[in-house]
Design a protein around this ligand. Sequence first.
Ligand SMILES: NC(=O)c1ccc[n+]([C@@H]2O[C@H](COP(=O)([O-])OP(=O)(O)OC[C@H]3O[C@@H](n4cnc5c(N)ncnc54)[C@H](OP(=O)(O)O)[C@@H]3O)[C@@H](O)[C@H]2O)c1
Length: 270
Amino acid sequence: MDQVKSRGLVLLGCGKMGSAMLEGWLSDGLPTSSVWVNDPYPSDWLKSLDGLNLNTQIPENPAIVLIAVKPQMMARALPSLKALGNGTTLFLSVAAGTPISAYEGMLGDKTPIIRAMPNTPAAIGRGITAICGNDHAPDAHLSLATALLSAVGQVVRLEGEHQMDAVTAVSGSGPAYVFHLIEALAAAGVRQGLPEALALQLAKATVGGAGALAEAADEDPAQLRVNVTSPGGTTAAALSVLMDETTGFPDLLARAVKAAADRSKELANG
Ligand SMILES: NC(=O)c1ccc[n+]([C@@H]2O[C@H](COP(=O)([O-])OP(=O)(O)OC[C@H]3O[C@@H](n4cnc5c(N)ncnc54)[C@H](OP(=O)(O)O)[C@@H]3O)[C@@H](O)[C@H]2O)c1
């Protein structure tokens, strides 16, 4: 992390994901003066950060360039950084779909590149990021990326890039599924007569608490589910709907995750 502080971190694109990660790094102690953000329409939050290098000349040899533009913008955004390719600057891309070979093509095939898939709970240090690198990103680079990303949550190393579409579909997009679960649970509570604010409070605390318990407990999620389910009780009545083989969660989520993974593959093909 000393390297990042002294040589600098450049963010190419700083929308929802870039900002979530930057928020986590700043609250972990990274000084704004070590960060260069290149984004044509920076948010008010970015503009409010004292000492941040916003849309100014980037350093000659930054430790890391974080690529956080949409995959569709890549071909337009990346050529501006070509001079840093084939050097010691590590390119860390969080873009869905875009394969390592595409960066090698745009930046030079000796460029150290790590592909990462984070998620937005990074903003509160509770993200999870999966990473894999090319042959020019040796262990030192993987360690540097791991150190940086650990500041915003857990980090897992993948066996290879072939796992990235599935990871994107599970943990990259996953927070959106969970937020939708909260919305749907609250709406269902309202249909049962609860006021909206109370239903939302109950739904958020239930999902947050259950997620924390699932991470902290020694028992697996299946046993934790059983622990809630009194024989012949209310949970069993609900689970008979949710666990239905054809209309329940397992099939619905399998189809949703497949749709996301398929889209990730499509993005890889431009
Ligand atoms: N959001 C997530 O949960 C999540 C999770 C994992 C990975 N990702 C990946 O993260 C990347 C960004 O996603 P996002 O959701 O953060 O999208 P986003 O909010 O649209 O952020 C992208 C940012 O890049 C800016 N930009 C566009 N063209 C640029 C250029 N030429 N140079 C510099 N900046 C440019 C955009 O500005 P304008 O808005 O003005 O166009 C925007 O601020 C994507 O590749 C996505 O696959 C996102």
